[in-house]
Ligand binder design. Sequence first.
Ligand code: MRU
Length: 312
Amino acid sequence: MRTIDWVDGAIELIDQTLLPDELVMLRITTVDALIEAIQRLAVRGAPALGVAGAFGVALADGDRKAIARLREARPTAVNLAWGVDQAAAHLEEGRQAVLARAERLRDEDIAACVAMGGRGADLIEGDSLRVMTICNTGALAAVERGTALGVIQTLHERGRLAEVLALETRPLLQGARLTAWELDRMGAPYRLIADSAGPSLLARGGIDAVLIGADRIAANGDTANKVGSYSLALGAERAGVPFFVVAPETTIDLSTPSGEHIEIEDRAEEEIVSVRGVRLAPAGTRALNPAFDVTPHDLITAIVTDRRVFRP
Ligand code: MRU
């Protein structure tokens, strides 16, 4: 099953807001509907956003203003703008050429995830591994197979995985809703933990590696990813646990020199004061909701891409 694809003249994608309760495909025929799906996280995760952006250009019928709006629908994951640009470069050649580039980009993502899975699994030493991860970096965040969760899936397939500790990932619970759903379908052993338990569980010992994905990697290796990644990196360093970033090279943004230049998406206060429509905080409570944080490069043991391994 693919998270996102082009089917009979439209984008079809899994509506991730309905998981794990319902597996529903959305059929998207306009750029506005795609922007709405991206902003409410029906489709999310850097590689999937890249593919969505590229297919979205095929829906735009050459409307450059619509393409510009799509490119900026979410600011932190560089793959969205990159995917849009890759497809838009073929606008002069017509819709078929745009679509052909988007389909190639989809296929490249599938191959990249297979390559990262193998390379990451080769890099991590030991058997009976216990690993920790945040957010969702699985097939749902890409096309057929994930990045960091793709490595974990490969470890599982090779019989080397003892347990995954998955952070629930407040406020939108990508860990609890999506990563748990994917691990369950893989038949991989896992337990869910509260986000704030991550660093202290690392300190307690018995965890072999932390694996995260990335939304944008600056030229110096600083890495933007789901908020909470930085606390895990600090905890991992303190505990002497290797901390791996797994991402395709399309997530590396050489035009951004370092992490302080990465735009961090601020999302609605409502996502913090309530959970899935149920208000938790007193009415009128204000909230601050940065969706991502930046892990400085010196806290990263290695960045595993589809082509190589970068070390500090
Ligand atoms: O807000 P989201 O769910 O789009 O955030 C996703 C992440 O932070 C992922 O870790 C990242 O995009 C890498 S996905 C392979």
